[in-house]
Write a protein that binds this ligand. Sequence first.
Ligand code: ATP
Ligand code: MG
Length: 472
Amino acid sequence: MLAPLLLLWPMSIAITYLVAKSIANQPFDHALEDNVTMLTQQVKQADGKLSSQLPGRSGANARDFLRSDDVDAVYYLIQNERGGYVAGDRDLPPPQDPDRYRSSTVLFRNDNIHGTPVRVAFSYLDMPAPPGEEPRRALVQVAETLEKRAQLANEIIKGVILPQFIILPIILALVWFALARGLSPLAQLQERIRARPPDDLSPIESGQVPEEITPLVGSLNEMLARLSLSIDMQKRFIADAAHQMKTPLAGMRMQSELALRQTDQGEIHRSLEQLARSSEAATRLVNQLLALARAENQPQAGAAFAPLALNELALAVVQDWVPASFAQQIDLGFEQPEQPVIIMGNAIMLRELLSNLIDNALRYTPSGGSVTVRVRATLEQAILEVEDTGPGIPQAERAQVFERFYRILGSNVDGSGLGLAIVREIAQQHGAEIDIFNNPRAQSPKLPGTLLRLALPLLPPAAPTEDDVTYG
Ligand code: ATP
Ligand code: MG
């Protein structure tokens, strides 16, 4: 607040000075005008000639009648209609381009005499012209130097500015005091927040804060509530993850202890097989946890997005899964339209998503079945579908399967329950909708199959050139 105040102050002084000067001019201009009027009346016209003689007082000079004081020098000049000298100071210059001025009004201008600036009041008088000639004008001028005016302006300035020297420090002191007082509740609030233990996320009591910052404290409390919710979720997730880890690890310990105690070669082999399966499940769990953490820790949704051809990306992922489909004896198919389907997305994340969907389809579909990955485009959306001829996901479970660690009971397939949580996280980042249906192409009623459909916003055409598109 001080900086603008100190900047505005000189400006206000300058403006005051200009105003004071113009005010100081006014009374002195009046006096000058009176002088001109008086001279004009005094100047007599005799036989068409001007004289500066006062009637009845011969010898009296015009100068004696000019109101004057000791401070300023006064000059006057009377010229006849031909511009000839009648009386006064010859050095007083006539006004420039006289045609601009009307007759018989008193006018003012600023001028110089002997290099000294003066204020001049002047008036033109219409003179009767001989018949046939154009009327001409005589000129009466009175000038005075500017000393009085400067003195008065200085007086005014002093009168205005001196009090300011007293008022300004008082204003500063008051502002200082008021700001310090006004901000003190904030300082108290700061102290209270600083004094909190790090794990205290309870809301700040809004009773003790001033009204102005109650909304701020309100939104801070909302944020604290969200934070504590997300920390709770985080804690639950870690607890769940640790719990899930315990199962395969306990299995591994048991199997290895069992194997150590056995002598029969066949039994040892079976235990080792179990051990391998448990360690595979543990590895799978850790990998899925990492994938989920990666998906959740994407900097900002959209930040790493680039235009990409969804059909090319899907084809590449499907090709990776061909060996696994052979091992499972499942017919893995791929369908795509003739035109590339271009979307904005993060290729690495989308591969992770599709891998999880294909993994599920292959894992839960009995051998001999078929899995189809399909990419197509509607007017506004890119559609990615994975359908299989497996047992399907019951209607009641379709919302829950996307929860972390949620698995449908009864399937004897290994899994960590994180796959669809990863899918949901990545889909959300891409602004995509996911839906689960029965597979309409399923053959047997016992195996209704699953159709998992992902609808992504299509990149409007014409935006990217062919060069911008990265192929999956
Ligand atoms: P992970 O994929 O992390 O190894 P998971 O496959 O068990 O473990 P999700 O992929 O999240 O976990 O799937 C959740 C549950 O949804 C699965 O346990 C399974 O019961 C069911 N499910 C998912 N996809 C299918 C499918 N294509 N057909 C039948 N059931 C499925
Ligand atoms: Mg899965």
